[in-house]
Ligand binder design. Structure first.
Ligand code: ACO
Length: 430
């Protein structure tokens, strides 16, 4: 922390504001006392210039295209690590020793089953329910099933709730999928690793033996690593805000899932694939580029642009490589969607509009093609994102709960409505 201050002039009077320095990245001006000193709030819709908390978990340098989990570059974690190791890292701050990793994997594996009553909960949904709708409901409902881990003041209960969610999210996600396709639920199998178990719960059927393809399992595991955390994005901020009131962790994560669902956030991978399908063939790309640039057309190039990355999203590069690996493994030589994606990317990266606005492909641009090739329907894409992001939400939520300076999140506003006026009875209203 620095003793530096910055001075703001309000009504011709100087107001000294402390400047806080992080370990890397931009410093922040501490405005927490500004209202007391000046009677004014700050105004920052969409929080483009506002840091809402201190955090030690994830760092992004959007200009350079850097993403670090607890200081480790995403490229190294994706290449050498596995998802549960990343979970441990995000939750506890350090990479696990071999013994810690074995213990963590064991604990997660032993929590994968859900309460049997959950099966009945599922049958209340229509078969055509969007799996994200099911996830919001079922994760929120976990608080009705696991009363013994909802006391947020008890560190042990917080830990149990965290393990439960990381472990049960794949089971719930697979159940949502199975319910949707009308197949029986497949129970978790403890001798499989986290991601292989998830693939099996999604794609195995009782009628035949299912063999997990290790290449696909590794690719999906890497996709989970890429999605595990992303500092104070919309859904994480939602989780923190929900948690700031003392709500139980299951309810907070359900709030995060709801936020993630939107097409500007996690729903973009679904939207990106739909867009590629709509474009259909490379010759139609210029038409869609023109639509994206047209101010009067609401169409945006899905999977392009990011609030923080003003350079290539580092996750997008790894995702692109993973896409090729998966298609190769599955023997898909000519995927028309991939052709459209590759060409669209090339055209957009050279187009003045996208260059000037620093709009690069984000992680969602290629993820849809990969997940589709693996056999997931588009409606499951955001569910997979939620599954992976759960650990990030939990790590951020825990950090907030353990922060002694934590207070309920309560933004202020610039009121632009009617000033005070007197009530008029119906008979007197003209
Ligand atoms: N296609 C066309 N134009 C775009 C796009 C796009 N995908 N993204 C941004 N722009 C333009 C905007 O119209 C705006 O133009 P203007 O300055 O002339 O008004 C400018 O670029 C800046 O865009 P903003 O919307 O102000 O940027 P913001 O940071 O608010 O939005 C967002 C970021 C939501 C990701 C946006 O780029 C977008 O909608 N992209 C498509 C959806 C998407 O891919 N979302 C996934 C994000 S990654 C994730 O959640 C995992």
């Amino acid at each position: 922390m620095s003793s530096e201050t910055s001075t703001l002039t309000v009504d011709n009077k100087p107001v000294d504001l402390a400047v806080k320095e992080g370990t890397i990245g931009p410093s922040v001006i501490d405005i927490s006392k500004l209202y007391g000193q000046t009677g004014m709030f700050t105004y920052d819709p969409g929080f483009t210039s506002t840091a809402s908390c201190e955090s030690k978990i994830t760092y992004i340098d959007g200009d350079k295209g850097v993403l670090l989990y607890r200081g480790y570059p995403i490229e190294q974690l994706a290449e050498h690590g596995d998802f549960l190791e990343t979970c441990y890292l995000l939750l506890y701050g350090e990479l696990p020793t071999a013994a810690q990793k074995a213990d963590f994997d064991y604990r997660v594996t032993r929590h994968t089953m859900v309460h049997d009553q959950m099966n009945r909960f599922f049958t209340g949904f229509r078969r055509d329910a969007h799996p994200m709708a099911i996830m919001v409901a079922c994760v929120g409902a976990l608080s009705a099933f696991y009363h013994d881990s909802t006391d947020i003041s008890d560190p042990h209960q917080r830990m149990v709730a965290s393990m439960r969610m990381i472990a049960k999210m794949p089971t719930l996600a697979a159940m949502a999928y199975k319910y949707h396709v009308g197949q029986p639920f497949v129970y978790p199998q403890n001798d499989l690793d986290y991601t292989s178990n998830f693939l099996r719960m999604c794609f195995a059927v009782p009628a035949e033996e299912y063999k997990v393809n290790p290449v696909l399992s590794r690719a999906l595991d890497r996709i989970f690593i890429l999605h595990a955390d992303h500092e104070q994005n919309a859904s994480t901020s939602t989780v923190r805000l929900a948690g700031s009131s003392g709500a139980n962790p299951f309810a907070c994560i359900a709030a995060g899932i709801a936020c993630l669902w939107g097409p500007a956030h996690g729903g973009a991978n679904e939207a990106a694939l739909k867009m590629l399908e709509e474009i259909g063939t490379p010759d139609r790309i210029p038409e869609y580029i023109a639509k994206a640039k047209d101010k009067n057309d609401p169409f945006r190039l899905m999977g392009f642009g990011h609030r923080v990355y003003k350079n290539y999203d580092p996750r997008a590069r790894i995702m692109q490589k993973t896409t090729h690996e998966v298609l190769n493994e599955l023997g898909i030589k000519d995927d028309p969607l991939l052709d459209v994606a590759v060409e669209l990317e090339q055209i957009a990266l050279k187009d003045e509009y996208f260059v000037e606005k620093k709009l690069y492909p984000n992680i969602d641009f290629y993820s849809g093609i990969t997940l589709k090739a693996m056999g997931f329907p588009t409606s499951m894409f955001t569910v997979l994102f939620a599954l992976a992001r759960t650990v990030g939400w939990i790590a951020q939520w825990s950090e907030m709960i353990e922060d002694p300076s934590q207070r309920i999140g309560r933004p202020r506003q610039l009121y632009v409505g009617e000033p005070q006026r007197d009530y008029v009875t119906v008979a007197q209203r003209g």
